[in-house]
Ligand binder design. Structure first.
Ligand SMILES: *Cc1c(COP(=O)(O)O)cnc(C)c1O
Length: 392
């Protein structure tokens, strides 16, 4: 039986997996110790659970357990990376290179750092959402301390060439930070092969609980240090103080382990469904798949519907299908997506985009329903649209 509404907003957040919840529960009521309590069994139990989670999260991305710092989410991880490195490397330089299509957690933090005296280069992207590696190379100066480029974009699913960026960063002895929140748990990530110094990701985007994130901080090749942004009890190697969120961290660990086991099969399954959806949407006139020529996440489809706007389409669909026009953090605004604008989409198409993001619960039956419902809605909205009738 098909149950409505259908959830197609997995880039905004995912349902916590039942197995994750089951593993978390005892850490609320039974094993509630403070992981920093060194003197009794409650503390030891919590500490052991945190260490196991660290191992699971680390092995999802090819890191060593000690290289994982737990935070409250990817937003905090991005802040810790950008602010922590800017502060500690202030004697070396003040220049950061990033791209115009980054998530707000990176963009707004860079903007704030710019106000405080850092110099930021905002790289353009091409029609496919890709940065120009020559432009990246050319932007590096003696004062450059960090390249901050996301692994995969949250609106379009476009995957950036992390390994090439890492190589360029390494050649110039500049640190490479990546916001991998959309990629972690969905496609293989190897922080060492990509030459990453720091990487942010989040539990709730990979079927774990909300309010937990991770920052990978490389210990060797390169050895990265950063200045703590939250000070206090000295937990987590003095990099991020505060009592550890043990149940959340345990859940994150289990979620990471499940993703690691199921990633390959899920990516194949979802890519088939996503492609089926895209092939059907492309049958409708004046529909464009944004970033289609790029390598993309297998479960994401960002489509623009000519002669319409996102909000009217969403209003026609939202009763039955939960999806968004782009990032959850910018939804509700009438401005066109800055990501699609940076990809040089004309304004009318940037304002007419929908993001379909599939996930673990998505079924073939749901996708068939979505195809029918979306194509019918587009046709009926266009019938009553003067712009559509006046097109040449
Ligand atoms: C969701 C997301 C974030 C923010 O993550 P939170 O854990 O919700 O703070 C940052 N970057 C990207 C690319 C995201 O998709």
């Amino acid at each position: 039986m098909l149950r409505l509404p259908i959830y197609l907003d997995h880039c905004a957040t995912t349902a916590c997996d039942e197995r994750v919840v089951v593993e978390m529960l005892p850490y609320f009521t039974q094993y509630y110790g403070n992981a920093s309590s060194r003197n009794h069994a409650f503390g030891w139990k919590a500490q052991a659970a945190v260490e196991e989670a660290q191992q699971r999260v680390a092995s999802l991305v090819g890191a060593a357990p000690g290289e994982i710092i737990f935070t409250s989410g990817a937003t905090e991880s991005c802040n810790l990376a950008l602010r922590g490195i800017s502060t500690l490397y202030a004697g070396t330089g003040n220049h950061i290179i990033t791209a115009k299509t980054e998530h707000k957690a990176v963009l707004d933090t860079c903007r704030d750092l710019e106000r405080k005296g850092m110099e930021i280069t905002w790289l353009d992207v091409d029609l496919n959402g890709q940065i120009d590696l020559q432009a990246l190379r050319a932007a590096i100066k003696p004062t450059t301390i960090l390249i901050a480029i996301m692994w995969a974009n949250n609106e379009t699913g476009v995957i950036m060439p992390a390994a090439e960026i890492g190589r360029i960063a390494g050649e110039h002895q500049v640190l490479f930070f990546s916001d991998a929140t959309q990629a972690a748990g969905k496609i293989p990530i190897d922080v060492k092969a990509a030459g990453l110094g720091v990487m942010a990701f989040s539990s709730h985007k990979l079927y774990g609980p909300k309010g937990v994130g991770a920052l990978y901080i490389s210990h060797r090749h390169p050895r990265v240090k950063l200045a703590a942004q939250i000070t206090g009890g000295g937990q987590q190697q003095n990099i991020r103080s505060g009592t550890l969120n043990v149940p959340g961290i345990v859940g994150f660990g289990r979620a990471a382990a499940i993703c690691r086991e199921t990633m390959a099969g899920e990516a194949t399954r979802l890519q088939l469904l996503r492609n089926k959806l895209e092939d059907a949407l492309l049958q409708v006139p004046d529909v464009y798949i944004n970033g289609r020529s790029s390598e993309r996440l297998p479960h994401v489809c960002n489509a623009s519907f000519g002669y319409l706007n996102s909000n009217e389409i969403l209003a026609g669909l939202n009763k039955d299908i939960a999806l968004s026009s782009g990032s959850a953090c910018t939804s509700g605004s009438l401005d066109p997506s800055y990501v699609l604008k940076a990809m040089q989409l004309p304004d009318p198409l940037a304002k007419a985009a929908l993001r379909f993001s599939l996930g673990r619960q998505t079924t073939e039956e749901e996708v068939a329903y979505v195809i029918r419902h979306v194509t019918q809605t587009i046709e009926s909205l266009r019938k009553s649209s003067p712009a559509w009738q006046l097109r040449d």
